[in-house]
Write a protein that binds this ligand. Structure first.
Ligand code: LLP
Length: 443
């Protein structure tokens, strides 16, 4: 985060507070969230990313709540003027609790229940991204029941899948989301929606090509394909859809190997590629307004805002044979608060946070307290060789997909989220307790 530094004692500080005090007050493991960092990133997408689109139809930024959502965060997102992408009735309930403006909410999901559709339409969300033919009928039926016209977008499988710096075109039709372009399904979905004009309002097309992406070439292919369909729909049906959603996926630096583009550079590149593709099909030309573009960054806003604070419990040297050794540093959390290392081989780093050390760097593996050997938080990190029980470690970049994917494995209560701002810390998600867990047991 932006406001993380070291004080004179070598203690990590965030938002003017040192981690030793934070750990004393809130315990460990804890997610420590720098509120100003989160807000600044949200604003950077709203302003810097959006600026190059001024000559086009503008940009709406939907923060993807799946990265991390709680009532306070929903309020910050609303405050900063962003829209919100939710993908379940539960995420929508958080938005409702926060009083998030309904018009600025989009609902996703490949298998929304009738109850979720009803919850969304009754609240008056600004759009529902449609994912299947069954769902078109379901949304139309619920809209009729409620006497509303449901604003919808069509999720298009553009045949592009991108992760990190690579992308693969055409090979990724074989997945569960959306309507494929290849089989003409997306065009069929558009036609079906237009037949339901009394209950469904077609806003536009949507795509999402992946996550943790560092270059925009995959977006160029997806934009080309979406814009091609956009132009076909105008030709065939005489309907000019007002919106084009290119999804989320912008990468962040988990380690020094990653070099993410700034929101401004991303905005410039995305605006350029959308302009090029619109020109190529003669869409958005004189007389036809360019569609408004929307994006759905989750990780790029939430990820860097947070570090996880752990206390070291044990330090163990293991002989690997041939004189080689590995040091295992066990912390008071693990795969229950960060499943990403085990699930995706994700790279994290780690730093001694509670003091200065003159110790020599020693290669360590930071592991959790759970009952399996895959319970690894940081695969390889050089930590001072005097790291010992009672030291605090910080793992940065845990603001996205860590708390939101946390579990209570081994009946481990999930850590709190502590938000820090202007020298003050407050709990925005409280620590779970064993009583919380036991409360679910019946009998
Ligand atoms: N929009 C849609 C339709 C999505 O499916 C996603 C993420 C996003 C936006 C936000 O993507 P972001 O900007 O955060 O990359 N659990 C995985 C990531 C799964 C992402 C799923 N969809 C992880 O921990 O890396």
């Amino acid at each position: 985060p932006q406001t993380v530094t070291r004080d004179d004692e070598g203690r990590l500080t965030v938002g003017g507070l040192d981690v030793v005090g934070i750990a004393r007050e809130f315990g460990t493991a804890a997610y420590v969230l720098d509120e100003e960092d989160f807000r600044a990133r949200a604003r950077a997408f709203r302003d810097d990313f959006a600026e190059p689109f001024a000559g086009l139809g503008g940009v709406d930024v939907y923060y993807a709540g799946k990265a991390f959502l709680c009532t306070e965060v929903a309020r910050w997102v609303a405050d900063e003027g962003l829209c919100l992408d939710v993908c379940s009735g539960g995420e929508l309930a958080v938005a409702q609790r926060a009083g998030f403006p309904a018009q600025r909410i989009g609902l996703h999901g490949n298998n929304k229940s009738v109850a979720e559709i009803r919850q969304a339409l009754a609240y008056g969300v600004g759009r529902i991204v449609v994912d299947s033919f069954e769902e078109i009928e379901r949304i139309a039926a619920v809209a009729a029941e409620l006497g509303v016209r449901a604003p919808v977008m069509v999720r298009v499988t553009v045949g592009v899948e991108a992760h990190t710096h690579e992308f693969i075109a055409t090979a990724h039709e074989d997945q569960k989301f959306g309507f494929s372009l290849a089989g003409g399904r997306a065009a069929e979905a558009v036609a079906r929606i237009l037949e339901h004009a009394d209950t469904l309002e077609l806003l536009g097309l949507h795509s999402h090509i992946g996550s943790q992406i560092f270059d925009t070439s995959g977006f160029e292919v997806s934009a080309r394909r979406l814009i091609g369909l956009h132009a076909d729909v105008a030709r065939v049906h005489g309907v000019h859809m007002p919106e084009l959603d290119l999804g989320g996926g912008y990468g962040i630096a988990y380690t020094s190997e990653h070099e993410p583009l700034s929101p401004r550079r991303l905005g410039e590149q995305m605006a350029d590629l959308v302009t090029r593709e619109l020109k190529a099909v003669g869409d958005g030309g004189p007389g036809t307004p360019a569609p408004k573009v929307s994006i759905e960054p989750g990780r790029a806003i939430a990820g860097p805002s947070t570090f996880t604070l752990y206390e070291v419990g044990t330090v163990k040297d293991v002989d690997l044979g041939g004189g080689a050794k590995r040091t295992y540093v066990s912390v008071d959390g693990g795969m229950s608060d960060n499943i990403r290392t085990a699930l995706y081989d994700a790279d994290y780093s780690c730093t001694l946070a509670s003091r200065r050390s003159e110790g020599a760097p020693r290669l360590a593996r930071v592991v959790g307290k759970h009952c399996e050997s895959g319970d690894i938080v940081v695969m390889d990190e050089y930590l001072p060789d005097d790291v010992t029980a009672g030291d605090l470690l910080a793992v940065p970049g845990t603001g996205a997909y860590c708390r939101s994917m946390a579990s209570q494995y081994n009946h481990t209560p999930r850590p709190p989220v502590v938000a820090v701002r202007d020298g003050k810390a407050r709990v925005i998600v409280r620590r779970e307790t064993v009583e919380d867990l036991l409360a679910l047991d019946v009998g």
